[in-house]
Design a protein around this ligand. Structure first.
Ligand SMILES: NC(=O)c1ccc[n+]([C@@H]2O[C@H](COP(=O)([O-])OP(=O)(O)OC[C@H]3O[C@@H](n4cnc5c(N)ncnc54)[C@H](O)[C@@H]3O)[C@@H](O)[C@H]2O)c1
Length: 337
């Protein structure tokens, strides 16, 4: 195979990040088709990036023998159906996180890809971010000794959309913002989670409290892994100052700190002694290069016939942690897994 011919399914916010990468920044792949049932989204995408094929129905797209792989970036509730259909049509699959709505669905998706001998890579792009990767390399090289306590925070600025206030649908920030922290901590811990206790509270949208009493915008999650490592997540959505993602691995011999809120290393100290720096405002800017590296890794694993670095199992385990975290908040107790 010369270049992997990719069809993007779902041309929304995250989909267009992938489209722009596959349209020129991925050595072993090219964007061949766009698919979205909403004409306006499809038209806007096709006007920005010209491709040989456009589809409003993914079932038509996956019949095209020229297409080798699909990148599924639809609302999460559709991932299972599309991934299984694509696998059965012999297409390699990249699927955005969260993988699906339940672990059973994840298993069906993994099985469909296995049975049809196609790759399945999940969209945890932090694993391809330079800093997060370097953190892992250093940890594995023993730079801080063995991991003991891993703390990861992500605070996001987006104002929740109406459906997100219903945490039974959105999972709240644990699902919307912090599913990446679960994956990162599990990756660094090198183990599976055993127990989770989480708490959450709504601080920034009190006007929604009567209609959505379960809604929380801020949460703390404490976890114990099978190998004894302790994990902790602090999460929040609709923070007012920018996008803030940092992780710290305390080891037996040292500490590894990953990430910063600073957009660059420029600092201004003015005559009133106030010190300012540019700060990160969005995940789109913080992880621009990570998305490109993630797309390159997907194409490479197809061309070289190797295992994807982030698998369906990783997607399933992250989902398990998100579900247990929300259950712990709602039931006010520790969840054993
Ligand atoms: N990795 C990340 O950090 C990250 C960031 C944002 C979103 N996501 C995930 O990506 C997915 C999409 O999120 P989004 O924010 O881009 O949503 P979005 O609503 O902006 O985009 C979804 C798109 O899918 C299209 N769509 C709906 N039904 C379809 C179908 N049957 N076939 C093809 N297209 C269909 C919609 O028209 C829309 O254009 C979600 O699973 C989300 O959790 C991941």
């Amino acid at each position: 195979m010369e270049k992997v011919k990719v069809c993007l399914i779902g041309c929304g916010r995250a989909g267009m990040i992938h489209a722009r990468n596959y349209a020129g920044k991925v050595k072993n792949a090219e964007l061949t088709a766009l698919c979205d049932p909403f004409e306006a989204s499809l038209k806007a995408a096709a006007e920005e990036i010209s491709v040989p094929y456009v589809y409003t129905d993914y079932r038509e797209a996956i019949k095209n023998p020229e297409i080798d792989a699909v990148v599924v970036v639809t609302p999460t509730g559709l991932h299972r159906e599309i991934v299984i259909a694509a696998a059965e049509a012999g297409k390699h699959v990249f699927c955005e996180k969260p993988m699906a709505d339940s672990e059973e669905e994840c298993e069906e998706m993994i099985e469909a890809c296995r049975k049809n001998h196609v790759k399945l890579q999940l969209g945890f792009m932090r694993r391809f971010d330079k800093s997060f990767r370097r953190g892992k390399e250093l940890l594995d090289a023993g730079a801080a000794g063995a991991p003991t306590f891993i703390r990861s925070n992500t605070y996001g600025p987006s104002e929740p959309k109406e459906w997100m206030y219903d945490v039974r649908r959105s999972y709240g920030p644990i699902g919307e913002v912090n599913s990446h922290d679960f994956d990162t901590i599990r990756w660094y811990a090198g183990s599976e989670v055993k127990k989770i206790r989480a708490v959450g509270h709504n601080f920034r949208s009190p006007e929604k409290a009567a209609e959505y009493p379960e809604y929380y915008d801020t949460c703390g999650v404490l976890m114990e892994f099978e190998n004894g490592v302790i994990g902790m997540i602090s999460g929040a959505q609709y923070v007012q100052y920018g996008y803030d993602s940092r992780t710290e691995i305390l080891g037996t011999d040292g500490i590894i700190k990953v990430g910063t809120q600073h957009a660059n290393s420029v600092e201004v100290v003015a005559k009133d002694q106030v010190c300012t720096t540019d700060s990160i405002v969005s995940w789109r800017t913080l992880f621009t290069d990570a998305y490109t590296a993630e797309a390159n890794a997907f194409a490479d694993c197809i061309v070289n016939d190797t295992e994807p670095e982030v698998t369906g199992h990783d997607g399933k385990m992250a989902l398990r942690m998100v579900h247990a975290g929300l259950q712990s908040i709602l039931e006010g107790r520790e969840i054993e897994l």
